[in-house]
Ligand binder design. Structure first.
Ligand code: IVH
Length: 609
Protein backbone atom coordinates (compact mmCIF):
# COMPACT_ATOMS: atom_id res chain seq x y z
CA UNK A 1 0.00 0.00 0.00
CA UNK A 2 1.39 3.49 -0.75
CA UNK A 3 2.82 5.11 2.38
CA UNK A 4 0.27 7.97 2.18
CA UNK A 5 -2.64 5.55 2.55
CA UNK A 6 -1.37 3.88 5.70
CA UNK A 7 -2.93 4.31 9.09
CA UNK A 8 -0.50 5.25 11.84
CA UNK A 9 -0.64 1.86 13.57
CA UNK A 10 -0.03 0.07 10.26
CA UNK A 11 3.00 2.26 9.61
CA UNK A 12 4.31 1.66 13.12
CA UNK A 13 3.92 -2.09 12.68
CA UNK A 14 5.70 -2.03 9.33
CA UNK A 15 8.55 0.09 10.76
CA UNK A 16 8.93 -2.39 13.60
CA UNK A 17 9.21 -5.30 11.15
CA UNK A 18 11.62 -3.38 8.93
CA UNK A 19 13.86 -2.50 11.89
CA UNK A 20 14.11 -6.19 12.76
CA UNK A 21 14.65 -7.42 9.20
CA UNK A 22 17.17 -4.74 8.26
CA UNK A 23 19.12 -5.14 11.47
CA UNK A 24 19.30 -8.89 10.94
CA UNK A 25 20.54 -8.28 7.44
CA UNK A 26 23.13 -5.70 8.55
CA UNK A 27 24.56 -8.20 11.00
CA UNK A 28 24.65 -11.04 8.50
CA UNK A 29 26.10 -8.84 5.83
CA UNK A 30 28.81 -7.11 7.75
CA UNK A 31 29.85 -9.79 10.16
CA UNK A 32 28.94 -13.13 8.74
CA UNK A 33 29.16 -12.55 4.98
CA UNK A 34 25.94 -14.38 4.31
CA UNK A 35 23.07 -12.01 3.67
CA UNK A 36 19.78 -13.75 3.12
CA UNK A 37 18.71 -11.12 0.63
CA UNK A 38 20.56 -9.43 -2.19
CA UNK A 39 21.69 -5.83 -2.24
CA UNK A 40 18.93 -4.59 -4.50
CA UNK A 41 16.30 -6.26 -2.32
CA UNK A 42 17.90 -4.83 0.79
CA UNK A 43 17.91 -1.44 -0.93
CA UNK A 44 14.19 -1.67 -1.68
CA UNK A 45 13.43 -2.55 1.96
CA UNK A 46 15.57 0.38 3.09
CA UNK A 47 13.78 2.63 0.60
CA UNK A 48 10.41 1.58 2.04
CA UNK A 49 11.76 2.27 5.53
CA UNK A 50 12.94 5.71 4.43
CA UNK A 51 9.60 6.50 2.77
CA UNK A 52 7.73 5.53 5.94
CA UNK A 53 10.09 7.59 8.08
CA UNK A 54 9.71 10.64 5.85
CA UNK A 55 5.93 10.45 6.04
CA UNK A 56 5.75 9.50 9.73
CA UNK A 57 8.85 11.19 11.26
CA UNK A 58 7.40 10.87 14.78
CA UNK A 59 7.42 7.08 14.39
CA UNK A 60 11.17 6.76 13.68
CA UNK A 61 12.51 4.08 15.97
CA UNK A 62 15.78 4.23 17.90
CA UNK A 63 16.65 0.80 16.46
CA UNK A 64 15.92 1.87 12.86
CA UNK A 65 18.44 0.79 10.25
CA UNK A 66 18.60 4.41 9.02
CA UNK A 67 20.40 5.34 12.24
CA UNK A 68 23.16 2.82 11.77
CA UNK A 69 26.03 2.94 9.26
CA UNK A 70 27.75 -0.34 8.64
CA UNK A 71 28.69 -2.66 11.48
CA UNK A 72 31.72 -2.70 13.73
CA UNK A 73 34.81 -4.52 12.49
CA UNK A 74 35.10 -8.12 13.57
CA UNK A 75 37.19 -8.32 16.73
CA UNK A 76 39.66 -11.01 15.85
CA UNK A 77 41.64 -9.15 13.16
CA UNK A 78 44.21 -6.46 13.81
CA UNK A 79 43.08 -2.99 12.75
CA UNK A 80 44.73 -1.16 9.88
CA UNK A 81 44.52 2.59 9.48
CA UNK A 82 44.11 3.74 5.86
CA UNK A 83 46.22 6.85 5.36
CA UNK A 84 44.30 7.43 2.13
CA UNK A 85 40.67 6.48 2.88
CA UNK A 86 39.10 3.69 0.82
CA UNK A 87 36.11 5.65 -0.41
CA UNK A 88 33.11 4.48 -2.30
CA UNK A 89 31.59 5.77 -5.51
CA UNK A 90 28.52 7.79 -6.36
CA UNK A 91 26.03 5.96 -8.51
CA UNK A 92 24.57 6.81 -11.90
CA UNK A 93 21.44 4.88 -12.78
CA UNK A 94 20.47 6.50 -16.05
CA UNK A 95 22.15 7.90 -19.15
CA UNK A 96 21.16 11.36 -17.95
CA UNK A 97 23.07 10.74 -14.71
CA UNK A 98 26.19 9.89 -16.73
CA UNK A 99 25.76 12.99 -18.89
CA UNK A 100 25.33 15.07 -15.73
CA UNK A 101 28.54 13.57 -14.31
CA UNK A 102 30.49 14.64 -17.40
CA UNK A 103 29.06 18.16 -17.31
CA UNK A 104 29.88 18.49 -13.62
CA UNK A 105 33.46 17.46 -14.35
CA UNK A 106 33.70 19.97 -17.21
CA UNK A 107 32.15 22.72 -15.16
CA UNK A 108 34.41 22.05 -12.19
CA UNK A 109 37.50 22.11 -14.40
CA UNK A 110 36.26 25.13 -16.33
CA UNK A 111 36.36 23.27 -19.64
CA UNK A 112 34.12 24.18 -22.56
CA UNK A 113 31.77 21.63 -24.10
CA UNK A 114 34.04 20.97 -27.06
CA UNK A 115 36.97 19.85 -24.91
CA UNK A 116 36.96 16.10 -24.68
CA UNK A 117 37.21 14.50 -21.23
CA UNK A 118 38.53 10.99 -21.83
CA UNK A 119 37.40 8.47 -19.24
CA UNK A 120 38.46 4.92 -18.54
CA UNK A 121 35.49 2.58 -18.30
CA UNK A 122 36.06 -0.49 -16.12
CA UNK A 123 33.76 -3.32 -15.15
CA UNK A 124 32.56 -2.87 -11.58
CA UNK A 125 33.57 -6.20 -10.09
CA UNK A 126 31.15 -7.56 -7.50
CA UNK A 127 33.73 -8.71 -4.99
CA UNK A 128 35.51 -7.44 -1.90
CA UNK A 129 37.75 -4.40 -2.09
CA UNK A 130 41.18 -4.72 -0.53
CA UNK A 131 44.24 -2.55 -0.24
CA UNK A 132 47.71 -4.07 -0.73
CA UNK A 133 50.75 -2.27 0.57
CA UNK A 134 54.15 -2.63 -1.11
CA UNK A 135 57.30 -1.15 0.38
CA UNK A 136 60.23 -0.99 -2.04
CA UNK A 137 58.37 -3.45 -4.23
CA UNK A 138 57.77 -6.00 -1.46
CA UNK A 139 54.26 -7.00 -0.35
CA UNK A 140 53.97 -6.11 3.33
CA UNK A 141 50.32 -5.75 4.22
CA UNK A 142 46.77 -6.36 3.02
CA UNK A 143 43.66 -4.85 4.53
CA UNK A 144 39.93 -4.76 4.02
CA UNK A 145 38.00 -1.56 3.44
CA UNK A 146 36.24 -1.68 6.83
CA UNK A 147 34.57 1.66 7.50
CA UNK A 148 36.81 3.27 4.81
CA UNK A 149 39.29 4.68 7.36
CA UNK A 150 39.93 1.65 9.50
CA UNK A 151 39.96 -1.85 8.06
CA UNK A 152 41.17 -5.30 9.07
CA UNK A 153 44.57 -6.80 8.57
CA UNK A 154 44.20 -9.80 6.25
CA UNK A 155 47.86 -9.98 5.17
CA UNK A 156 48.33 -13.67 5.88
CA UNK A 157 45.16 -14.60 4.07
CA UNK A 158 46.08 -12.57 1.01
CA UNK A 159 49.49 -14.21 0.87
CA UNK A 160 47.68 -17.37 -0.22
CA UNK A 161 46.31 -15.70 -3.37
CA UNK A 162 48.15 -17.01 -6.39
CA UNK A 163 47.39 -13.99 -8.56
CA UNK A 164 49.13 -11.60 -6.19
CA UNK A 165 52.75 -10.62 -6.79
CA UNK A 166 54.86 -10.75 -3.59
CA UNK A 167 57.60 -8.84 -5.31
CA UNK A 168 56.74 -6.29 -7.94
CA UNK A 169 58.49 -6.95 -11.22
CA UNK A 170 61.22 -4.34 -11.56
CA UNK A 171 60.55 -3.67 -15.20
CA UNK A 172 59.39 -0.24 -14.09
CA UNK A 173 60.30 2.39 -11.63
CA UNK A 174 58.70 1.02 -8.44
CA UNK A 175 57.54 3.71 -5.98
CA UNK A 176 59.03 3.37 -2.49
CA UNK A 177 55.53 3.08 -1.02
CA UNK A 178 52.69 1.85 -3.21
CA UNK A 179 49.23 0.83 -2.12
CA UNK A 180 47.41 -1.04 -4.85
CA UNK A 181 43.66 -1.33 -4.51
CA UNK A 182 41.38 -3.73 -6.21
CA UNK A 183 38.78 -6.40 -5.90
CA UNK A 184 39.09 -9.96 -4.66
CA UNK A 185 36.46 -12.13 -6.34
CA UNK A 186 35.37 -15.69 -6.99
CA UNK A 187 34.09 -16.83 -10.40
CA UNK A 188 30.49 -17.95 -10.78
CA UNK A 189 31.41 -21.59 -11.42
CA UNK A 190 33.89 -21.70 -8.55
CA UNK A 191 31.23 -20.27 -6.25
CA UNK A 192 28.71 -22.92 -7.36
CA UNK A 193 31.29 -25.69 -6.91
CA UNK A 194 32.21 -24.44 -3.43
CA UNK A 195 28.57 -24.39 -2.41
CA UNK A 196 27.91 -27.90 -3.74
CA UNK A 197 30.95 -29.12 -1.86
CA UNK A 198 29.61 -27.49 1.29
CA UNK A 199 26.14 -28.87 0.70
CA UNK A 200 27.61 -32.37 0.34
CA UNK A 201 29.40 -31.92 3.64
CA UNK A 202 26.09 -31.46 5.43
CA UNK A 203 23.87 -28.76 6.77
CA UNK A 204 26.24 -27.54 9.44
CA UNK A 205 28.56 -26.32 6.71
CA UNK A 206 27.73 -22.80 5.63
CA UNK A 207 26.36 -22.06 2.16
CA UNK A 208 27.10 -18.68 0.60
CA UNK A 209 24.39 -16.66 -1.07
CA UNK A 210 26.51 -15.26 -3.93
CA UNK A 211 30.11 -15.15 -5.20
CA UNK A 212 30.82 -11.88 -3.41
CA UNK A 213 29.83 -13.26 -0.02
CA UNK A 214 31.81 -16.39 -0.72
CA UNK A 215 34.86 -14.24 -1.44
CA UNK A 216 34.29 -12.13 1.68
CA UNK A 217 33.79 -15.21 3.84
CA UNK A 218 36.91 -16.78 2.42
CA UNK A 219 39.02 -13.72 3.22
CA UNK A 220 37.77 -13.37 6.79
CA UNK A 221 39.18 -16.69 7.94
CA UNK A 222 41.25 -16.76 11.06
CA UNK A 223 43.10 -19.74 9.62
CA UNK A 224 44.84 -18.74 6.32
CA UNK A 225 44.90 -22.42 5.29
CA UNK A 226 41.15 -22.17 4.72
CA UNK A 227 41.60 -19.08 2.53
CA UNK A 228 44.35 -20.90 0.64
CA UNK A 229 41.92 -23.69 -0.25
CA UNK A 230 39.39 -21.22 -1.72
CA UNK A 231 39.56 -20.20 -5.39
CA UNK A 232 40.12 -16.44 -5.13
CA UNK A 233 41.24 -13.96 -7.78
CA UNK A 234 42.20 -10.33 -7.86
CA UNK A 235 41.76 -7.41 -10.27
CA UNK A 236 43.80 -4.26 -9.53
CA UNK A 237 42.21 -0.89 -10.39
CA UNK A 238 43.28 1.98 -8.08
CA UNK A 239 46.01 3.32 -5.86
CA UNK A 240 46.03 4.51 -2.25
CA UNK A 241 49.13 5.92 -0.60
CA UNK A 242 51.98 6.39 -3.12
CA UNK A 243 55.34 8.06 -2.84
CA UNK A 244 56.32 9.88 -6.01
CA UNK A 245 53.74 8.60 -8.48
CA UNK A 246 55.04 8.96 -12.02
CA UNK A 247 52.01 8.31 -14.19
CA UNK A 248 49.96 11.00 -15.89
CA UNK A 249 46.87 9.01 -16.72
CA UNK A 250 44.82 6.22 -15.18
CA UNK A 251 45.39 4.23 -18.37
CA UNK A 252 49.17 4.52 -17.88
CA UNK A 253 48.73 3.41 -14.25
CA UNK A 254 46.84 0.29 -15.38
CA UNK A 255 49.66 -0.48 -17.82
CA UNK A 256 52.14 -0.10 -14.98
CA UNK A 257 50.13 -2.47 -12.80
CA UNK A 258 50.25 -5.06 -15.58
CA UNK A 259 54.00 -4.55 -15.79
CA UNK A 260 54.33 -5.07 -12.03
CA UNK A 261 52.60 -8.43 -12.38
CA UNK A 262 49.00 -7.62 -11.40
CA UNK A 263 45.88 -8.80 -13.14
CA UNK A 264 44.05 -5.85 -14.66
CA UNK A 265 40.61 -6.46 -16.10
CA UNK A 266 41.03 -7.09 -19.83
CA UNK A 267 37.79 -5.26 -20.68
CA UNK A 268 38.91 -1.81 -19.51
CA UNK A 269 38.20 0.67 -22.27
CA UNK A 270 39.15 4.29 -22.98
CA UNK A 271 36.17 6.41 -24.08
CA UNK A 272 36.40 9.91 -25.54
CA UNK A 273 32.71 10.82 -25.68
CA UNK A 274 29.42 10.24 -23.89
CA UNK A 275 28.22 8.23 -26.90
CA UNK A 276 31.27 5.96 -26.70
CA UNK A 277 30.67 5.44 -22.98
CA UNK A 278 27.03 4.52 -23.50
CA UNK A 279 27.87 2.21 -26.36
CA UNK A 280 30.41 0.40 -24.19
CA UNK A 281 27.86 0.18 -21.36
CA UNK A 282 25.29 -1.38 -23.71
CA UNK A 283 27.85 -3.90 -24.97
CA UNK A 284 28.64 -4.96 -21.41
CA UNK A 285 24.97 -5.24 -20.40
CA UNK A 286 24.69 -7.71 -23.28
CA UNK A 287 27.84 -9.63 -22.29
CA UNK A 288 27.30 -9.55 -18.56
CA UNK A 289 25.83 -13.05 -18.20
CA UNK A 290 28.56 -14.59 -20.34
CA UNK A 291 31.36 -13.25 -18.12
CA UNK A 292 32.85 -15.79 -15.72
CA UNK A 293 32.62 -13.35 -12.79
CA UNK A 294 29.82 -11.09 -11.57
CA UNK A 295 29.78 -7.39 -12.33
CA UNK A 296 27.12 -4.98 -11.19
CA UNK A 297 27.90 -2.04 -13.43
CA UNK A 298 30.73 -0.01 -14.89
CA UNK A 299 33.02 2.53 -13.26
CA UNK A 300 34.01 5.61 -15.27
CA UNK A 301 37.20 7.37 -14.18
CA UNK A 302 38.56 10.65 -15.54
CA UNK A 303 41.76 9.52 -17.24
CA UNK A 304 44.09 12.48 -16.53
CA UNK A 305 45.59 12.28 -13.06
CA UNK A 306 46.04 16.04 -12.91
CA UNK A 307 42.31 16.50 -13.52
CA UNK A 308 41.57 13.86 -10.90
CA UNK A 309 43.69 15.81 -8.41
CA UNK A 310 41.89 19.06 -9.16
CA UNK A 311 38.47 17.43 -8.99
CA UNK A 312 39.24 15.83 -5.63
CA UNK A 313 36.64 14.27 -3.35
CA UNK A 314 33.28 15.01 -1.88
CA UNK A 315 32.45 13.56 1.52
CA UNK A 316 32.58 9.89 0.67
CA UNK A 317 33.31 9.62 -3.04
CA UNK A 318 35.65 11.03 -5.66
CA UNK A 319 34.33 13.72 -7.98
CA UNK A 320 36.40 12.22 -10.82
CA UNK A 321 34.66 8.82 -10.93
CA UNK A 322 31.17 7.39 -10.99
CA UNK A 323 29.63 3.91 -10.90
CA UNK A 324 27.10 3.34 -13.69
CA UNK A 325 25.01 0.57 -12.19
CA UNK A 326 23.24 -2.13 -14.18
CA UNK A 327 19.50 -2.21 -13.75
CA UNK A 328 18.57 -4.03 -10.54
CA UNK A 329 16.99 -7.42 -10.95
CA UNK A 330 15.30 -7.91 -7.61
CA UNK A 331 13.00 -5.92 -5.38
CA UNK A 332 10.43 -6.42 -2.66
CA UNK A 333 6.70 -5.99 -2.82
CA UNK A 334 3.49 -7.42 -1.38
CA UNK A 335 1.34 -10.23 -2.78
CA UNK A 336 -2.20 -8.87 -2.98
CA UNK A 337 -3.82 -12.03 -4.36
CA UNK A 338 -2.98 -15.38 -5.90
CA UNK A 339 -4.93 -16.14 -9.06
CA UNK A 340 -4.73 -19.09 -11.43
CA UNK A 341 -3.95 -19.18 -15.12
CA UNK A 342 -4.94 -22.15 -17.29
CA UNK A 343 -2.60 -23.12 -20.08
CA UNK A 344 -3.68 -24.56 -23.38
CA UNK A 345 -2.67 -27.98 -22.13
CA UNK A 346 -4.90 -27.65 -19.05
CA UNK A 347 -2.14 -27.01 -16.59
CA UNK A 348 -3.07 -24.62 -13.80
CA UNK A 349 -0.39 -22.16 -12.76
CA UNK A 350 -0.73 -20.02 -9.65
CA UNK A 351 0.09 -16.39 -10.35
CA UNK A 352 1.00 -13.81 -7.73
CA UNK A 353 -0.77 -10.47 -8.18
CA UNK A 354 1.63 -7.90 -6.79
CA UNK A 355 1.51 -4.38 -5.50
CA UNK A 356 3.10 -2.87 -8.63
CA UNK A 357 6.84 -2.22 -8.51
CA UNK A 358 9.44 -1.18 -11.05
CA UNK A 359 12.43 -3.45 -11.55
CA UNK A 360 15.12 -2.42 -14.02
CA UNK A 361 12.76 0.20 -15.47
CA UNK A 362 9.91 -2.26 -16.07
CA UNK A 363 6.65 -2.08 -14.12
CA UNK A 364 5.72 -5.45 -12.69
CA UNK A 365 2.38 -6.46 -11.21
CA UNK A 366 2.43 -10.25 -11.65
CA UNK A 367 4.88 -13.07 -11.03
CA UNK A 368 4.64 -16.81 -11.57
CA UNK A 369 4.50 -19.12 -8.59
CA UNK A 370 5.04 -22.27 -10.75
CA UNK A 371 2.99 -24.83 -8.83
CA UNK A 372 1.62 -25.71 -5.42
CA UNK A 373 4.65 -27.68 -4.33
CA UNK A 374 6.81 -24.63 -4.93
CA UNK A 375 4.36 -22.40 -3.03
CA UNK A 376 4.37 -24.82 -0.10
CA UNK A 377 8.17 -25.05 -0.12
CA UNK A 378 8.53 -21.28 0.04
CA UNK A 379 5.35 -20.93 2.14
CA UNK A 380 4.09 -18.03 0.06
CA UNK A 381 0.82 -16.49 1.30
CA UNK A 382 -1.45 -13.65 0.28
CA UNK A 383 -0.30 -10.58 2.26
CA UNK A 384 3.33 -11.63 2.32
CA UNK A 385 6.19 -9.31 1.44
CA UNK A 386 8.14 -11.19 -1.18
CA UNK A 387 11.35 -10.83 -3.15
CA UNK A 388 10.71 -10.61 -6.88
CA UNK A 389 13.35 -11.33 -9.48
CA UNK A 390 13.15 -10.23 -13.07
CA UNK A 391 16.16 -11.20 -15.16
CA UNK A 392 16.30 -10.43 -18.86
CA UNK A 393 13.05 -11.21 -20.61
CA UNK A 394 11.97 -14.12 -18.40
CA UNK A 395 8.69 -14.00 -16.48
CA UNK A 396 9.19 -12.42 -13.05
CA UNK A 397 9.67 -15.01 -10.30
CA UNK A 398 8.99 -15.00 -6.58
CA UNK A 399 12.38 -15.72 -5.03
CA UNK A 400 11.18 -15.97 -1.45
CA UNK A 401 9.24 -14.53 1.43
CA UNK A 402 10.53 -11.94 3.90
CA UNK A 403 9.18 -13.97 6.80
CA UNK A 404 9.49 -11.26 9.44
CA UNK A 405 7.16 -8.98 7.44
CA UNK A 406 4.24 -11.45 7.42
CA UNK A 407 1.03 -9.87 8.70
CA UNK A 408 -1.15 -11.67 11.23
CA UNK A 409 -3.95 -14.02 10.09
CA UNK A 410 -2.47 -15.21 6.80
CA UNK A 411 -3.50 -18.60 5.48
CA UNK A 412 -1.43 -21.22 3.65
CA UNK A 413 -2.29 -21.34 -0.04
CA UNK A 414 -4.72 -23.95 -1.34
CA UNK A 415 -5.09 -24.68 -5.04
CA UNK A 416 -8.52 -24.14 -6.63
CA UNK A 417 -10.88 -27.15 -6.55
CA UNK A 418 -12.48 -26.04 -9.83
CA UNK A 419 -11.05 -24.55 -13.00
CA UNK A 420 -11.47 -20.75 -13.08
CA UNK A 421 -12.34 -20.91 -16.78
CA UNK A 422 -14.80 -23.82 -17.20
CA UNK A 423 -15.55 -24.75 -13.57
CA UNK A 424 -14.72 -28.43 -14.13
CA UNK A 425 -13.07 -30.17 -11.21
CA UNK A 426 -9.30 -29.91 -11.01
CA UNK A 427 -6.91 -32.72 -10.05
CA UNK A 428 -3.50 -32.50 -8.51
CA UNK A 429 -0.96 -34.96 -9.81
CA UNK A 430 0.62 -37.06 -7.11
CA UNK A 431 4.09 -36.32 -8.48
CA UNK A 432 5.40 -32.80 -9.14
CA UNK A 433 2.49 -30.89 -7.61
CA UNK A 434 0.93 -29.95 -10.94
CA UNK A 435 -2.80 -29.20 -10.89
CA UNK A 436 -4.82 -29.74 -14.04
CA UNK A 437 -8.24 -28.84 -15.28
CA UNK A 438 -10.26 -31.92 -16.20
CA UNK A 439 -12.43 -29.87 -18.58
CA UNK A 440 -10.28 -30.83 -21.55
CA UNK A 441 -12.35 -30.37 -24.66
CA UNK A 442 -15.00 -28.27 -22.95
CA UNK A 443 -12.58 -25.81 -21.34
CA UNK A 444 -12.27 -22.63 -23.38
CA UNK A 445 -8.61 -22.29 -22.37
CA UNK A 446 -7.78 -25.70 -23.83
CA UNK A 447 -10.36 -26.39 -26.50
CA UNK A 448 -8.62 -25.05 -29.58
CA UNK A 449 -5.37 -26.78 -28.65
CA UNK A 450 -7.16 -30.06 -28.02
CA UNK A 451 -8.98 -29.78 -31.34
CA UNK A 452 -5.72 -29.14 -33.15
CA UNK A 453 -4.32 -32.25 -31.55
CA UNK A 454 -7.46 -34.18 -32.50
CA UNK A 455 -6.99 -33.50 -36.23
CA UNK A 456 -3.17 -33.71 -36.17
CA UNK A 457 -1.15 -36.12 -38.31
CA UNK A 458 -0.85 -39.03 -35.90
CA UNK A 459 -4.40 -38.58 -34.62
CA UNK A 460 -7.28 -38.14 -37.14
CA UNK A 461 -4.98 -36.63 -39.73
CA UNK A 462 -7.57 -34.35 -41.31
CA UNK A 463 -5.37 -32.29 -43.61
CA UNK A 464 -8.11 -29.84 -44.58
CA UNK A 465 -8.40 -28.74 -40.96
CA UNK A 466 -4.84 -27.79 -40.21
CA UNK A 467 -4.07 -24.74 -38.07
CA UNK A 468 -5.68 -21.78 -39.85
CA UNK A 469 -8.79 -23.47 -41.19
CA UNK A 470 -9.56 -24.98 -37.82
CA UNK A 471 -8.97 -21.66 -36.12
CA UNK A 472 -11.38 -19.93 -38.51
CA UNK A 473 -14.10 -22.54 -38.09
CA UNK A 474 -13.61 -22.45 -34.33
CA UNK A 475 -13.83 -18.67 -34.28
CA UNK A 476 -17.01 -18.80 -36.38
CA UNK A 477 -18.51 -21.22 -33.86
CA UNK A 478 -18.90 -24.04 -36.41
CA UNK A 479 -16.50 -26.41 -34.64
CA UNK A 480 -16.46 -26.42 -30.85
CA UNK A 481 -16.12 -30.15 -30.12
CA UNK A 482 -14.67 -33.16 -31.97
CA UNK A 483 -18.17 -34.32 -32.85
CA UNK A 484 -18.86 -30.97 -34.59
CA UNK A 485 -16.17 -31.88 -37.12
CA UNK A 486 -18.16 -34.88 -38.28
CA UNK A 487 -21.46 -33.01 -38.13
CA UNK A 488 -20.16 -30.12 -40.19
CA UNK A 489 -21.67 -31.46 -43.41
CA UNK A 490 -25.05 -32.27 -41.86
CA UNK A 491 -25.43 -28.84 -40.42
CA UNK A 492 -26.53 -26.06 -42.59
CA UNK A 493 -22.83 -25.54 -42.89
CA UNK A 494 -22.16 -25.22 -46.55
CA UNK A 495 -24.07 -22.00 -46.35
CA UNK A 496 -22.23 -20.94 -43.22
CA UNK A 497 -18.81 -21.99 -44.43
CA UNK A 498 -19.10 -20.33 -47.80
CA UNK A 499 -20.16 -17.18 -46.01
CA UNK A 500 -16.69 -17.06 -44.50
CA UNK A 501 -14.33 -15.16 -46.75
CA UNK A 502 -11.85 -17.36 -48.58
CA UNK A 503 -14.17 -20.39 -48.75
CA UNK A 504 -16.01 -21.38 -51.88
CA UNK A 505 -18.44 -24.26 -52.43
CA UNK A 506 -15.65 -26.31 -53.98
CA UNK A 507 -13.27 -25.93 -51.08
CA UNK A 508 -16.09 -26.69 -48.62
CA UNK A 509 -17.01 -29.90 -50.47
CA UNK A 510 -13.37 -30.91 -50.59
CA UNK A 511 -13.14 -30.47 -46.83
CA UNK A 512 -16.27 -32.56 -46.24
CA UNK A 513 -14.80 -35.29 -48.43
CA UNK A 514 -11.60 -35.32 -46.38
CA UNK A 515 -13.53 -35.46 -43.13
CA UNK A 516 -15.78 -38.27 -44.41
CA UNK A 517 -12.70 -40.32 -45.30
CA UNK A 518 -11.57 -40.14 -41.67
CA UNK A 519 -14.77 -41.41 -40.12
CA UNK A 520 -13.27 -44.85 -40.15
CA UNK A 521 -10.56 -44.84 -37.55
CA UNK A 522 -8.63 -47.33 -35.45
CA UNK A 523 -9.31 -47.55 -31.72
CA UNK A 524 -5.76 -46.56 -30.74
CA UNK A 525 -5.80 -43.48 -32.98
CA UNK A 526 -9.04 -42.34 -31.40
CA UNK A 527 -7.55 -42.89 -27.95
CA UNK A 528 -4.49 -40.85 -28.85
CA UNK A 529 -6.62 -38.13 -30.47
CA UNK A 530 -8.59 -37.57 -27.26
CA UNK A 531 -5.54 -35.84 -25.76
CA UNK A 532 -5.73 -37.59 -22.38
CA UNK A 533 -2.86 -36.15 -20.30
CA UNK A 534 0.21 -38.43 -20.43
CA UNK A 535 -1.30 -40.72 -23.11
CA UNK A 536 0.99 -40.66 -26.14
CA UNK A 537 0.82 -42.86 -29.22
CA UNK A 538 2.60 -45.82 -27.67
CA UNK A 539 0.45 -45.90 -24.55
CA UNK A 540 -2.68 -45.45 -26.70
CA UNK A 541 -1.67 -48.55 -28.69
CA UNK A 542 -0.95 -50.52 -25.51
CA UNK A 543 -4.31 -49.60 -23.97
CA UNK A 544 -6.16 -50.39 -27.19
CA UNK A 545 -4.47 -53.78 -27.41
CA UNK A 546 -5.18 -54.53 -23.76
CA UNK A 547 -8.86 -53.56 -23.59
CA UNK A 548 -9.79 -54.44 -27.20
CA UNK A 549 -12.61 -51.95 -27.69
CA UNK A 550 -13.86 -48.62 -26.48
CA UNK A 551 -16.88 -49.99 -24.61
CA UNK A 552 -14.73 -52.35 -22.53
CA UNK A 553 -12.17 -49.65 -21.81
CA UNK A 554 -14.86 -47.21 -20.67
CA UNK A 555 -16.46 -49.70 -18.30
CA UNK A 556 -13.05 -50.68 -16.88
CA UNK A 557 -11.99 -47.06 -16.34
CA UNK A 558 -15.18 -46.18 -14.52
CA UNK A 559 -14.66 -49.21 -12.27
CA UNK A 560 -11.02 -48.22 -11.73
CA UNK A 561 -12.17 -45.03 -9.96
CA UNK A 562 -12.22 -47.25 -6.93
CA UNK A 563 -8.53 -47.53 -6.08
CA UNK A 564 -9.08 -50.85 -4.29
CA UNK A 565 -10.75 -52.45 -7.30
CA UNK A 566 -9.35 -55.14 -9.58
CA UNK A 567 -9.88 -52.76 -12.49
CA UNK A 568 -7.47 -50.23 -10.95
CA UNK A 569 -4.85 -52.89 -10.30
CA UNK A 570 -5.29 -54.30 -13.77
CA UNK A 571 -4.63 -50.81 -15.18
CA UNK A 572 -1.52 -50.34 -13.05
CA UNK A 573 -0.17 -53.70 -14.18
CA UNK A 574 -0.11 -52.64 -17.82
CA UNK A 575 3.48 -51.89 -18.86
CA UNK A 576 4.21 -48.12 -18.84
CA UNK A 577 1.18 -47.25 -16.72
CA UNK A 578 2.34 -45.92 -13.37
CA UNK A 579 0.24 -44.19 -10.75
CA UNK A 580 0.49 -40.79 -12.44
CA UNK A 581 -0.71 -42.05 -15.83
CA UNK A 582 -3.29 -44.33 -14.23
CA UNK A 583 -4.81 -41.38 -12.39
CA UNK A 584 -4.85 -39.20 -15.50
CA UNK A 585 -6.63 -41.90 -17.56
CA UNK A 586 -9.29 -42.74 -14.97
CA UNK A 587 -9.97 -39.07 -14.26
CA UNK A 588 -10.56 -38.50 -17.97
CA UNK A 589 -13.12 -41.28 -18.28
CA UNK A 590 -14.88 -40.31 -15.06
CA UNK A 591 -15.71 -36.82 -16.29
CA UNK A 592 -19.25 -36.53 -17.52
CA UNK A 593 -18.42 -34.14 -20.31
CA UNK A 594 -15.85 -36.58 -21.67
CA UNK A 595 -18.42 -39.38 -21.57
CA UNK A 596 -20.72 -37.15 -23.56
CA UNK A 597 -18.04 -36.54 -26.19
CA UNK A 598 -17.32 -40.27 -26.42
CA UNK A 599 -21.04 -41.09 -26.75
CA UNK A 600 -21.31 -38.65 -29.63
CA UNK A 601 -18.16 -39.91 -31.35
CA UNK A 602 -19.25 -43.52 -31.05
CA UNK A 603 -22.37 -42.62 -33.02
CA UNK A 604 -20.54 -40.66 -35.70
CA UNK A 605 -17.48 -42.84 -36.25
CA UNK A 606 -16.82 -46.20 -37.66
CA UNK A 607 -14.41 -47.59 -35.09
CA UNK A 608 -12.06 -50.33 -36.22
CA UNK A 609 -10.19 -52.65 -33.94
S1 IVH B 1 37.32 2.52 -7.96
C1 IVH B 1 38.05 6.03 -5.11
N1 IVH B 1 37.00 0.59 -9.68
O1 IVH B 1 33.00 -0.57 -6.01
C2 IVH B 1 37.55 5.02 -6.08
N2 IVH B 1 35.89 0.41 -7.59
O2 IVH B 1 30.93 1.24 -5.05
C3 IVH B 1 37.67 3.66 -5.59
N3 IVH B 1 34.63 -1.69 -7.33
O3 IVH B 1 34.44 0.12 -2.92
C4 IVH B 1 36.89 2.65 -6.30
N4 IVH B 1 35.13 -2.55 -9.28
O4 IVH B 1 34.84 -2.19 -3.96
C5 IVH B 1 36.67 1.05 -8.46
N5 IVH B 1 36.85 -1.07 -11.31
C6 IVH B 1 36.53 -0.61 -10.10
C7 IVH B 1 35.72 -1.33 -9.21
C8 IVH B 1 35.41 -0.77 -7.97
C9 IVH B 1 34.48 -2.73 -8.14
C10 IVH B 1 34.00 -1.56 -6.00
C11 IVH B 1 34.94 -1.16 -4.89
C12 IVH B 1 34.35 0.09 -4.30
C13 IVH B 1 32.93 0.01 -4.75
C14 IVH B 1 32.28 1.36 -4.81
Amino acid sequence: MPVENLEEDQAAHELECLARVLSEHDQLYHLLDSPTVRDDVYDSLRARNAALETYFPHLIRPDSSSRRIGAPAIESFKKVWHTVPMLSLNNALTEEDVAAFLSRVRQFLGLSRDVSVPVIAEPKIDGVSVSLRYENGVFVQASTRGNSIEGEDITENLRTLKELPFLLKKTENVPEILEVRGEVYMTKTEFAALNSKHAAMGESCKLFSNPRNAAAGSLRQIDPCITAARPLHFFAYAWGEVHNPHWDTHWEFLELLRGFGFMVNPLVHRCETLEAILEFYASLVARRDALSYEIDGLVYKVDRVEWQRRLGFMSRAPRWAIAHKFPGEQACTVIEAITTSVSRSGRLTPVACLRPITIGGVKISQATLHNEEEIARKDVRVGDTVIIRRAGSVIPQVVGVVAAMRPKDTQPYQGPAVCPICHSLTTRESEGGIRRCTGGLICAAQRIERLKHFVSRNAFNITGLREKNLETLYAEGLIRSPADIFRLEEQDSIKSITAISGWGTRSASKLFEKIRAKRTVSFDRLLYALGIPHVGEVLAKTLAAHYGNLARLRVAMVAAQDRTSDAWHELLNIPMVGRLKGEAITVFFAEQHNSHILDELEKLLNLQL
